[in-house]
Ligand binder design. Sequence first.
Ligand code: 7TS
Length: 418
Amino acid sequence: MSSAEPLQAAGGSLDVQAIRSQFPVLDQQVNGHPLVYLDNGATAQKPEAVIEAEARCYREYYANIHRGVHSLSQRSTAEFEAVRGKVQRLLNAPEEKEIIFTRGTTEGINLVAYSFLRPQLQAGDEILITAMEHHSNIVPWQIICEQTSAKLVVVPISDAGEISLDDVAERIGPRTKLVSVVHLSNALGTINPVKQIVDLAHARNVPVLVDGAQSAPHMPVDVQALGCDFFVFSGHKLYGPTGTGVLWGRYELLKAMPPWHGGGDMIRTVTFEKTDFADPPARFEAGTPNIAGVIALGAAIDWFLALDPRAVAAHEADLLAHATARLGAIPGLRLIGTAEQRAGLVSFVMDDAHPHDIGTILDGYGIAVRAGHHCAQPVMQRYGVPATARASFGVYNTRDEIDRLAEGILKVRDLFGG
Ligand code: 7TS
């Protein structure tokens, strides 16, 4: 199957049934009901184009990269390296050499923490984040703050789940060394005004990292328009393989950064006296990477771009509006996260049922949602709830599936009273 098969119906809207037919896993019964997969925030399912690309690599030309004169190694290297250009297109990055392959968002943030920030961090310096960050955009900063006596400063969120730009501006001070902010919150669905945050930070010469784990699969991303300095995302949420991800960084910053992992493939020359490091991106890609995974990530990006991220965003906005209307009408259900700019998911609690009970009962109807703190415990604390149930959308979800979710939730309500 060609990864560039046209999947868009006339008028720019997506042909969702054609899309669904490309995802083998969706075609099954779970607990006697057709699967409704609404846990895309955790990870997305894979289309045939991606499964095939990975299998084809192993079947036809797999070998280690950057080191073989033999034909298989040359082909693997070429296929692997070609993915940088695909990521460049996805992000509208200025240069291919700014694309660093990682295991995912978490690794990308840690790379920036350890390689970019820690070497320059002094006691009393500050790192600014928001109160809606995923743990992977909290904990790495806390660790390096602990090591250097720097301070984590947090922008609060409103009841709706929004940050105010005044609060951001107030907290960027002479000691701020980095602003690190989530683009689309995995717990609330809030889309943050990243461009405006970047403008505020850059006015004070503070670089900005954007956590794009949830935005990259749900909306067009243009790092040049955002103006940010680093952008990270995970392949597995973008319909690609697990264990793949990307850190994009402005080249002059990458070029000045020391390596963080030492090993093969990231050096120019090694003697026992001294090692010369390769230029980025190789400097940050020590060791044998997930070769077939990165190649399949390239197939995922081709596939996603062929759909057109704008059409994906429009489709999912429709799902969000429908879910907000259906779930919002259920007595005793409270939506957590009602920001004006929102995408991708609904997070909710119910008066009488714990989120884990909601998740378990919905599973009985073949509906997969996530229940828990979504690796964003401070968000749960902010709203005074131990957990939420979360339905997160993918490009293959339909209004009918949202209706099944709403019916399932009504059954939860019947069971738990109210
Ligand atoms: N940042 C955000 C905003 C995320 O949603 C996630 C994963 C990460 C970072 C970490 O990504 P990873 O691929 O490195 O693990 N979010 C979720 C979630 O919402 N449910 O499971 C994982």
